[in-house]
Design a protein around this ligand. Structure first.
Ligand SMILES: [Zn+2]
Length: 311
Protein backbone atom coordinates (compact mmCIF):
# COMPACT_ATOMS: atom_id res chain seq x y z
CA UNK A 1 0.00 0.00 0.00
CA UNK A 2 1.36 3.44 -0.95
CA UNK A 3 2.29 5.85 1.83
CA UNK A 4 -0.49 8.08 3.10
CA UNK A 5 1.67 11.20 2.95
CA UNK A 6 3.96 12.72 0.38
CA UNK A 7 6.27 15.60 1.28
CA UNK A 8 6.30 18.13 -1.56
CA UNK A 9 8.51 21.18 -2.00
CA UNK A 10 7.62 24.54 -0.42
CA UNK A 11 6.56 22.98 2.91
CA UNK A 12 3.51 21.33 1.42
CA UNK A 13 2.46 17.91 2.67
CA UNK A 14 0.06 15.91 0.54
CA UNK A 15 -2.14 13.57 2.60
CA UNK A 16 -4.24 10.77 1.16
CA UNK A 17 -7.68 11.32 2.72
CA UNK A 18 -8.58 7.61 2.65
CA UNK A 19 -11.85 8.39 0.89
CA UNK A 20 -13.08 5.24 -0.92
CA UNK A 21 -9.66 3.97 -2.09
CA UNK A 22 -5.99 4.93 -1.81
CA UNK A 23 -5.02 7.51 -4.40
CA UNK A 24 -8.50 8.90 -4.96
CA UNK A 25 -8.58 12.11 -2.93
CA UNK A 26 -5.85 14.20 -1.32
CA UNK A 27 -5.77 17.14 1.02
CA UNK A 28 -2.81 19.45 1.62
CA UNK A 29 -1.08 20.89 4.67
CA UNK A 30 0.76 24.19 4.13
CA UNK A 31 3.15 25.12 6.90
CA UNK A 32 5.02 28.34 7.63
CA UNK A 33 6.62 29.40 10.95
CA UNK A 34 4.73 26.59 12.72
CA UNK A 35 1.37 27.84 11.49
CA UNK A 36 -0.74 25.56 9.33
CA UNK A 37 -3.44 25.85 6.68
CA UNK A 38 -5.25 22.72 5.55
CA UNK A 39 -6.67 22.84 2.04
CA UNK A 40 -9.52 20.38 1.47
CA UNK A 41 -10.29 18.10 4.37
CA UNK A 42 -11.37 14.71 3.10
CA UNK A 43 -13.97 13.04 5.28
CA UNK A 44 -14.49 12.27 8.96
CA UNK A 45 -11.94 9.45 9.04
CA UNK A 46 -9.33 11.70 7.40
CA UNK A 47 -9.09 13.76 10.59
CA UNK A 48 -6.94 11.29 12.61
CA UNK A 49 -4.62 11.00 9.61
CA UNK A 50 -4.15 14.78 9.57
CA UNK A 51 -3.55 14.79 13.34
CA UNK A 52 -0.90 12.11 12.89
CA UNK A 53 0.85 14.12 10.17
CA UNK A 54 0.86 17.22 12.38
CA UNK A 55 2.40 15.18 15.18
CA UNK A 56 5.09 13.81 12.88
CA UNK A 57 5.99 17.41 11.99
CA UNK A 58 6.28 18.33 15.67
CA UNK A 59 3.02 20.25 15.58
CA UNK A 60 -0.44 19.82 17.09
CA UNK A 61 -4.06 20.63 16.30
CA UNK A 62 -3.53 24.04 17.95
CA UNK A 63 -1.07 25.09 15.20
CA UNK A 64 -3.81 25.03 12.58
CA UNK A 65 -5.00 28.55 11.69
CA UNK A 66 -7.14 27.83 8.64
CA UNK A 67 -9.24 24.98 7.27
CA UNK A 68 -10.00 25.70 3.61
CA UNK A 69 -12.32 23.40 1.64
CA UNK A 70 -12.23 24.36 -2.06
CA UNK A 71 -15.96 23.63 -2.28
CA UNK A 72 -18.60 21.79 -0.26
CA UNK A 73 -18.71 18.47 -2.14
CA UNK A 74 -18.20 15.84 0.53
CA UNK A 75 -14.90 14.38 -0.69
CA UNK A 76 -13.49 17.90 -0.18
CA UNK A 77 -15.44 19.21 2.82
CA UNK A 78 -17.11 16.21 4.48
CA UNK A 79 -14.52 16.22 7.28
CA UNK A 80 -14.43 20.00 7.75
CA UNK A 81 -16.76 20.09 10.77
CA UNK A 82 -14.86 17.34 12.56
CA UNK A 83 -11.51 18.95 11.74
CA UNK A 84 -12.73 22.32 13.05
CA UNK A 85 -13.86 20.59 16.24
CA UNK A 86 -10.34 19.28 16.96
CA UNK A 87 -8.46 22.37 15.69
CA UNK A 88 -9.71 24.86 18.25
CA UNK A 89 -7.73 27.85 16.92
CA UNK A 90 -8.74 27.41 13.31
CA UNK A 91 -11.07 29.45 11.18
CA UNK A 92 -12.92 27.99 8.23
CA UNK A 93 -12.40 29.80 4.91
CA UNK A 94 -15.24 29.02 2.54
CA UNK A 95 -16.99 30.28 -0.60
CA UNK A 96 -20.03 32.56 -0.06
CA UNK A 97 -22.30 29.95 -1.70
CA UNK A 98 -20.92 27.17 0.51
CA UNK A 99 -20.89 28.80 3.95
CA UNK A 100 -24.48 28.08 4.97
CA UNK A 101 -23.97 24.37 4.21
CA UNK A 102 -20.98 24.26 6.53
CA UNK A 103 -22.85 26.03 9.35
CA UNK A 104 -25.96 23.88 8.89
CA UNK A 105 -25.08 20.74 6.92
CA UNK A 106 -28.61 19.26 7.05
CA UNK A 107 -29.31 19.89 3.33
CA UNK A 108 -25.88 18.57 2.39
CA UNK A 109 -26.53 15.43 4.41
CA UNK A 110 -30.04 14.92 3.00
CA UNK A 111 -28.75 15.37 -0.57
CA UNK A 112 -25.91 12.90 -0.03
CA UNK A 113 -28.17 10.36 1.68
CA UNK A 114 -30.44 10.48 -1.38
CA UNK A 115 -27.45 9.50 -3.54
CA UNK A 116 -25.46 7.11 -1.29
CA UNK A 117 -28.14 5.89 1.13
CA UNK A 118 -27.89 6.44 4.90
CA UNK A 119 -25.50 3.53 5.48
CA UNK A 120 -23.52 4.22 2.31
CA UNK A 121 -22.91 7.80 3.42
CA UNK A 122 -21.86 6.70 6.90
CA UNK A 123 -19.40 4.17 5.44
CA UNK A 124 -17.80 6.49 2.89
CA UNK A 125 -17.96 9.95 4.50
CA UNK A 126 -18.75 9.27 8.16
CA UNK A 127 -20.55 11.82 10.27
CA UNK A 128 -20.85 15.41 9.06
CA UNK A 129 -20.57 18.02 11.81
CA UNK A 130 -21.68 21.68 11.68
CA UNK A 131 -19.16 24.51 11.99
CA UNK A 132 -19.78 27.33 14.48
CA UNK A 133 -20.82 30.39 12.42
CA UNK A 134 -18.48 32.63 14.43
CA UNK A 135 -15.49 30.65 13.15
CA UNK A 136 -16.45 30.94 9.47
CA UNK A 137 -14.75 33.40 7.11
CA UNK A 138 -16.91 33.92 4.02
CA UNK A 139 -14.24 34.46 1.38
CA UNK A 140 -15.19 36.69 -1.51
CA UNK A 141 -13.21 36.62 -4.74
CA UNK A 142 -9.57 37.74 -4.29
CA UNK A 143 -9.71 37.46 -0.48
CA UNK A 144 -6.17 37.29 0.95
CA UNK A 145 -4.92 35.67 4.13
CA UNK A 146 -1.56 34.66 5.57
CA UNK A 147 -0.32 31.50 7.27
CA UNK A 148 2.78 32.46 9.22
CA UNK A 149 4.24 34.78 6.59
CA UNK A 150 2.91 32.79 3.68
CA UNK A 151 0.44 34.63 1.44
CA UNK A 152 -2.61 32.87 0.10
CA UNK A 153 -5.37 34.22 -2.09
CA UNK A 154 -8.84 32.97 -2.98
CA UNK A 155 -9.92 32.99 -6.63
CA UNK A 156 -13.58 32.35 -7.42
CA UNK A 157 -13.86 29.55 -10.01
CA UNK A 158 -17.43 28.50 -10.86
CA UNK A 159 -18.04 25.75 -13.44
CA UNK A 160 -17.58 22.47 -11.56
CA UNK A 161 -19.78 24.00 -8.86
CA UNK A 162 -20.87 27.56 -8.07
CA UNK A 163 -19.46 27.20 -4.54
CA UNK A 164 -15.94 26.44 -5.80
CA UNK A 165 -12.85 28.58 -5.35
CA UNK A 166 -9.16 27.85 -5.88
CA UNK A 167 -6.35 28.90 -3.56
CA UNK A 168 -3.27 30.69 -4.89
CA UNK A 169 -0.04 30.09 -2.98
CA UNK A 170 2.51 32.80 -3.74
CA UNK A 171 5.39 30.72 -2.34
CA UNK A 172 4.99 27.75 -4.68
CA UNK A 173 3.46 29.78 -7.54
CA UNK A 174 0.79 27.12 -7.49
CA UNK A 175 -2.97 26.82 -7.23
CA UNK A 176 -4.83 24.36 -5.06
CA UNK A 177 -7.49 23.59 -7.61
CA UNK A 178 -9.98 21.22 -5.96
CA UNK A 179 -11.84 19.94 -9.04
CA UNK A 180 -11.52 23.07 -11.22
CA UNK A 181 -8.36 21.92 -13.03
CA UNK A 182 -9.78 18.44 -13.51
CA UNK A 183 -8.79 15.01 -12.27
CA UNK A 184 -5.50 13.28 -13.06
CA UNK A 185 -4.74 9.97 -11.38
CA UNK A 186 -0.99 9.20 -11.30
CA UNK A 187 -1.75 5.58 -12.28
CA UNK A 188 -2.74 6.92 -15.72
CA UNK A 189 0.47 8.91 -16.28
CA UNK A 190 2.40 7.92 -19.40
CA UNK A 191 6.03 9.09 -19.57
CA UNK A 192 5.34 11.89 -17.06
CA UNK A 193 2.34 13.16 -19.01
CA UNK A 194 -0.87 13.15 -17.02
CA UNK A 195 -4.26 12.03 -18.29
CA UNK A 196 -6.60 14.83 -17.29
CA UNK A 197 -10.38 15.04 -17.45
CA UNK A 198 -13.11 17.36 -16.07
CA UNK A 199 -15.58 15.92 -13.54
CA UNK A 200 -18.98 17.36 -14.56
CA UNK A 201 -20.39 16.38 -11.18
CA UNK A 202 -24.10 17.03 -10.34
CA UNK A 203 -25.75 19.43 -9.85
CA UNK A 204 -24.13 22.71 -10.95
CA UNK A 205 -21.95 21.80 -13.96
CA UNK A 206 -21.68 24.94 -16.10
CA UNK A 207 -19.34 24.52 -19.09
CA UNK A 208 -19.22 28.21 -20.04
CA UNK A 209 -18.33 29.31 -16.51
CA UNK A 210 -15.80 26.48 -16.20
CA UNK A 211 -13.89 27.46 -19.35
CA UNK A 212 -13.68 31.03 -18.08
CA UNK A 213 -12.46 29.82 -14.68
CA UNK A 214 -9.62 27.81 -16.25
CA UNK A 215 -8.55 30.86 -18.28
CA UNK A 216 -8.69 32.93 -15.13
CA UNK A 217 -6.37 30.55 -13.26
CA UNK A 218 -3.90 30.61 -16.14
CA UNK A 219 -3.75 34.42 -15.97
CA UNK A 220 -1.78 33.99 -12.71
CA UNK A 221 0.87 32.06 -14.73
CA UNK A 222 0.85 29.15 -12.28
CA UNK A 223 3.88 26.87 -12.41
CA UNK A 224 2.01 23.96 -10.85
CA UNK A 225 -1.40 22.84 -9.70
CA UNK A 226 -2.23 20.77 -6.64
CA UNK A 227 -5.18 18.59 -7.58
CA UNK A 228 -7.39 16.98 -4.97
CA UNK A 229 -7.65 14.01 -7.36
CA UNK A 230 -4.69 13.44 -7.20
CA UNK A 231 -1.43 15.23 -6.46
CA UNK A 232 0.88 17.84 -7.94
CA UNK A 233 0.61 18.64 -11.64
CA UNK A 234 3.53 20.52 -13.19
CA UNK A 235 3.35 22.73 -16.29
CA UNK A 236 -0.41 23.32 -16.21
CA UNK A 237 -0.15 25.28 -19.47
CA UNK A 238 0.31 21.89 -21.21
CA UNK A 239 -3.13 20.76 -20.03
CA UNK A 240 -5.41 23.77 -20.33
CA UNK A 241 -6.34 23.18 -23.96
CA UNK A 242 -7.10 19.51 -23.28
CA UNK A 243 -9.38 20.48 -20.41
CA UNK A 244 -11.13 23.09 -22.55
CA UNK A 245 -11.72 20.60 -25.32
CA UNK A 246 -13.01 17.89 -23.01
CA UNK A 247 -15.46 20.23 -21.29
CA UNK A 248 -16.77 21.28 -24.72
CA UNK A 249 -16.87 17.68 -25.97
CA UNK A 250 -18.74 16.35 -22.93
CA UNK A 251 -21.33 19.11 -23.25
CA UNK A 252 -21.70 18.27 -26.96
CA UNK A 253 -22.11 14.55 -26.23
CA UNK A 254 -24.87 15.40 -23.75
CA UNK A 255 -26.69 17.60 -26.29
CA UNK A 256 -26.36 14.96 -29.02
CA UNK A 257 -27.69 12.23 -26.78
CA UNK A 258 -30.63 14.41 -25.73
CA UNK A 259 -31.54 14.78 -29.44
CA UNK A 260 -30.86 11.23 -30.58
CA UNK A 261 -32.00 9.34 -27.49
CA UNK A 262 -28.78 7.27 -27.61
CA UNK A 263 -27.22 6.26 -24.32
CA UNK A 264 -25.14 9.08 -22.85
CA UNK A 265 -23.37 6.62 -20.54
CA UNK A 266 -22.09 4.58 -23.49
CA UNK A 267 -21.04 7.71 -25.39
CA UNK A 268 -19.12 9.16 -22.45
CA UNK A 269 -17.39 5.89 -21.69
CA UNK A 270 -16.36 5.45 -25.31
CA UNK A 271 -15.11 9.04 -25.45
CA UNK A 272 -12.98 8.81 -22.31
CA UNK A 273 -11.54 5.40 -23.25
CA UNK A 274 -10.68 6.73 -26.72
CA UNK A 275 -8.87 9.69 -25.16
CA UNK A 276 -7.06 7.35 -22.78
CA UNK A 277 -5.93 5.18 -25.66
CA UNK A 278 -4.69 8.26 -27.59
CA UNK A 279 -2.79 9.19 -24.42
CA UNK A 280 -0.94 5.88 -24.71
CA UNK A 281 -2.28 4.21 -21.58
CA UNK A 282 -1.31 0.52 -21.46
CA UNK A 283 -3.30 -0.52 -18.39
CA UNK A 284 -5.71 -3.41 -18.83
CA UNK A 285 -9.42 -2.76 -19.05
CA UNK A 286 -10.18 -4.07 -15.58
CA UNK A 287 -7.68 -1.70 -13.91
CA UNK A 288 -9.00 1.24 -15.94
CA UNK A 289 -12.53 0.40 -14.86
CA UNK A 290 -11.39 0.26 -11.22
CA UNK A 291 -9.88 3.72 -11.55
CA UNK A 292 -12.55 5.45 -13.62
CA UNK A 293 -15.94 3.75 -13.17
CA UNK A 294 -17.07 6.01 -10.34
CA UNK A 295 -15.99 9.17 -12.19
CA UNK A 296 -17.66 8.07 -15.42
CA UNK A 297 -20.89 7.53 -13.53
CA UNK A 298 -20.67 10.96 -11.87
CA UNK A 299 -19.79 12.70 -15.17
CA UNK A 300 -22.85 11.18 -16.85
CA UNK A 301 -25.17 12.07 -13.97
CA UNK A 302 -23.92 15.65 -13.95
CA UNK A 303 -24.34 16.03 -17.72
CA UNK A 304 -27.92 14.74 -17.45
CA UNK A 305 -28.75 17.31 -14.78
CA UNK A 306 -27.16 20.03 -16.92
CA UNK A 307 -29.20 18.98 -20.00
CA UNK A 308 -32.42 19.01 -17.97
CA UNK A 309 -31.73 22.68 -17.15
CA UNK A 310 -31.13 23.73 -20.78
CA UNK A 311 -34.78 24.36 -21.75
ZN1 LIG B 1 -16.45 18.43 -6.52
Amino acid sequence: MPSITKQLKYNITQVDTGYLRPGLAACYLLIDHDRVAIIDTGVEHTVPRIQQVLKEQGLSDDNVDYVVPTHVHLDHAGGAGKLMAVCQNAQLVIHPFGSRHMIDPSKLIAGAQAVYGVQGLRDSVGEIFPVDAERVIVAEDLFRFTVGTRELQIVDTPGHARHHFCVWDEMSKGFFTGDTFGIAYPELDVEERSFIFPPSTPVQFDPTAWLASIDRLMAWHPERMYLTHFGQLDNPVLYMNTLHRMIDDLASLALESAHSGDSLGAAVEQYILQKLSEHGCQLDEERVKQLLDLDLDIIVQGLKVWISRQN
